[in-house]
Design a protein around this ligand. Structure first.
Ligand code: G
Ligand code: MN
Length: 258
């Protein structure tokens, strides 16, 4: 359902460059603790100056017509690429993880747009991972597969976000040309005490590895969660235990210190 008030707020926010911000949350290698990359996360500055998650904006954008969503996605991916080009001058191996709206796979000309971005900021496609959340918009008709294959061909990494929640499908693991999956906070939160969360996390890590994929655990907050994930050979860790999302400059300082 469309929400005209939300859409107006989104349109206003997109015009005001101070209002929508990108924060970066480090993703650490589970074995060495080194920074593997960072996920670009959308934040919104409220009228009182406070910076918070921009929760209504992505939803509003998902519900609005394609153009608005693509404009928002383009703007954010564009900014993230420019930021990553800056840190990669000094730390070329530190990846950028960006979230791509799954609607782009069906309606947007993603490849052209990614290629244009690369030409404008000089970042290497192989240093970028696209995170895609499976929503009702993802099907696996040939069209989506063709786009995913083309994305892989230019060298960009493909990850399924929040795997196991919502519209996740094992057939996507079977057919999509993926590099990895992200284990959602919904399973991590109750580790290690909850038996079902233990079983699900363990099985998903094992399944991913058997398929030759890697795993990033999200929202890791506690030492005993980290220990469980290490024990089960999870590849990468993201979450407050290591660090909160932060603006570009503190992220660069974090890289310099690491
Ligand atoms: O798109 P994705 O599902 O990856 O978004 C992750 C969200 O989770 C971000 O909005 C981020 O601020 C939030 N987040 C990141 N780390 C933690 C954490 O350790 N705990 C909690 N509760 N939230 C987190
Ligand atoms: Mn994500």
């Amino acid at each position: 359902m469309t929400d005209p008030t939300g859409q107006r707020a989104l349109a206003r926010a997109m015009e005001d460059t101070e209002q929508l911000l990108l924060y970066y949350q480090p993703i650490h290698c589970a074995t060495s603790g080194d920074i593997y990359g960072a996920e670009a996360l959308l934040r919104q500055r409220r009228q009182n100056g406070e910076v918070r998650e921009a929760s209504i904006i992505p939803e509003t954008a998902e519900e609005s017509d394609g153009d608005e969503l693509f404009r928002l996605d383009s703007m954010l991916i564009n900014r993230a690429y420019v930021d990553a080009a800056r840190w990669q001058e000094q730390f070329p191996e530190v990846r950028l993880n960006v979230n791509l709206s799954p609607r782009e796979l069906q309606e947007g000309n993603v490849i052209e747009r990614l290629t244009t971005l690369v030409a404008s900021c000089g970042i290497d496609h192989r240093k970028v991972n696209l995170e895609i959340t499976e929503t009702s918009h993802i099907d696996d008709p040939e069209e989506t597969m063709d786009v995913l294959r083309a994305i892989k061909e230019i060298g960009v990494g493909l990850w399924l976000d929040d795997f196991g929640m919502g519209f996740s499908s094992l057939s996507h693991l079977q057919h999509f040309p993926l590099d990895g999956i992200k284990l959602p906070g919904g399973f991590i939160r109750r580790l290690p005490e909850d038996e079902r969360c233990r079983a699900i996390s363990r099985a998903l890590i094992q399944l991913a590895h058997d398929l030759g994929l890697r795993v990033i655990a999200e929202e890791v907050e506690k030492q005993d969660q980290l220990e469980f994930l290490e024990e089960h050979r999870c590849d990468y860790i993201q979450g407050f235990l290591f660090s909160k999302p932060m603006p570009l400059e503190p992220f660069q300082r974090t890289l310099e210190r690491s």
